[in-house]
Design a protein around this ligand. Structure first.
Ligand SMILES: CC(=O)SCCNC(=O)CCNC(=O)[C@H](O)C(C)(C)COP(=O)(O)OP(=O)(O)OC[C@H]1O[C@@H](n2cnc3c(N)ncnc32)[C@H](O)[C@@H]1OP(=O)(O)O
Length: 416
């Protein structure tokens, strides 16, 4: 059937449970991918929050989709803040560039505001799509292809006290989840585990292994307590010079430096392997400082989590600030005009307020830049150097840059 582009505008409404297959089919087709394994499809079906998932219909055909998970996101200072996790965005190729994405973003941001969630977050298939809707790239991820034969690892004292044991990934899940839960408040960008999401880390359809092993898990223990874990696959390979298998890391979490080093050493030293693919890691990940030759690790940065302040005042008051700050921000936000205008942000490491004011502005920026800087991973000074933040009172930029920053670096632990 050929679309004539002249019919009535598609109807946008909440997805009903028995319509899920249609919407998911539209999404898969928009991504151009082959059908997913049943195990993966079932997981996304189970995680779908009906009532927070929009679909557009042209007659009985689903032509667009956009969901919003109800996440809680760690922000600087450790608070767990409601954040809508925008997901499964697609528009059928027959209906693209007619404003369907724009109408879904409009409706979705209005909904998120009405639900009282101050933030919206997403990972983008293409970075160029979401800036116009006020999303700024707030976290980055470190990808590496480590030559484990030549990179050379030096471990800290105490590493030998950590005991490693293989475990069935599903059987070890509770212990691993307890480690993850302890880490969530300590790093901005991490997502508190909602029921069901623990299954994401165990997804292991054979069709996606690409010749590698099933998912393996190693648990790190000290004095009988679990202090870390790694999940990974191994792909054996043999060349004329001998074995050169590859390890692909899928998760590694550790409660202390020695536990982390023990896990990295294990992954570096796996028999018959010579490289380790570690993707989606924090930009300040410890392995970089354990190796002697970081160039042999081919580090590369990539944009990861995009943040959109849905309610600027509530979002800025929900986090704390590394150093004392008292600045008036003039925010420009054409897509969510309720955010426009001046607000005074006053805060420190204990807490903050952010209220409308008539005082003169110290810094001018758009909602997108505020989203980029929000988790402390993108410097306001760097944005100003690109002309995207304007300093109106001398000194305000340095003050705000220092206050907004975060250690450790913000990091999104998994996609959604
Ligand atoms: C969070 C996630 O789920 S990310 C996944 C996003 N989905 C995909 O990448 C799947 C494949 N792509 C698609 O489904 C669609 O092309 C979409 C969703 C990206 C865009 O949908 P459309 O309905 O065509 O977008 P719409 O017509 O509302 O475009 C709005 C504006 O964004 C621009 N735009 C749309 N897609 C893109 C893009 N990929 N890159 C750059 N700009 C884009 C349009 O040109 C338009 O600009 P204008 O207002 O200046 O004219």
């Amino acid at each position: 059937m050929v679309d004539d582009h002249t019919g009535p505008a598609p109807e946008l409404r909440s997805l009903l449970p028995d319509e899920w297959d249609s919407a998911y089919g539209t999404l898969l087709r928009a991504f151009g991918g082959p059908p997913e394994a049943e195990e993966e499809r079932q997981l996304w079906r189970d995680l779908t929050e009906f009532g927070r998932f929009l679909a557009a219909w042209d007659g009985d055909r689903c032509v667009a989709s956009a969901g919003a998970f109800s996440f809680r996101l760690t922000v600087p200072g450790g608070a767990s803040v409601p954040a809508a996790g925008v997901t499964m965005v697609s528009v059928a190729a027959t209906h693209r560039r007619r404003g369907l994405l724009t109408s879904m973003m409009r409706r979705q941001l209005d909904d998120i505001r009405s639900w009282g969630e101050p933030l919206a977050v997403l990972t983008a298939s293409e970075p160029a799509i979401y800036g116009r809707f006020g999303y700024g790239a707030a976290t980055f991820q470190l990808d590496a292809e480590i030559d484990t034969v030549r990179a050379g690892l030096t471990v800290p004292d105490g590493t030998d006290d950590v005991r490693l044991r293989y475990a069935d990934p599903a059987e070890a899940l509770d212990a691993c989840e307890a480690v993850y839960a302890r880490l969530v408040p300590g790093r901005p960008g991490m997502l508190a585990r909602r029921p069901g999401w623990e299954r994401l880390g165990l997804l292991d359809p054979e069709s996606t292994r690409g010749g590698a092993s099933a998912l393996q898990c190693v648990v790190a223990e000290r004095d009988g307590a679990t202090v870390g874990y790694a999940r990974f696959r191994v792909k054996p390979s043999w060349g004329p010079e001998g074995p050169n298998g590859q390890v692909t890391l899928s998760a590694l979490e550790a409660l202390d430096p020695a536990a982390g080093a023990a896990l990295w050493r294990f992954l570096f030293d796996l028999d018959l392997t010579s490289s380790l693919l570690a993707r989606g890691r924090p930009v300040d990940d410890a392995w970089q400082y354990l190796v002697r030759d970081v160039r042999r690790c081919r580090p590369a940065l990539r944009d990861a989590l995009y943040v959109r302040p849905v309610e600027v005042g509530a979002a800025l008051a929900a986090r704390t600030y590394r150093t004392p700050v008292d600045v008036v921000l003039e925010v420009e936000d054409a897509f969510c005009p309720w955010n426009e205008g001046r607000r005074r942000l006053s805060g420190d490491a204990k807490g903050a307020t952010c209220e409308p004011t008539r005082d003169p502005a110290d810094l001018a920026l758009s909602a997108r830049e505020l989203g980029a800087a929000y988790l402390g991973g993108v410097s306001l000074t760097a944005l100003a150097a690109a002309g995207r933040v304007r300093e109106l009172r001398p000194g305000a930029l340095a003050e705000a840059t220092s206050a907004f920053g975060s250690d450790p670096a913000p990091w999104l632990p998994h996609g959604f």
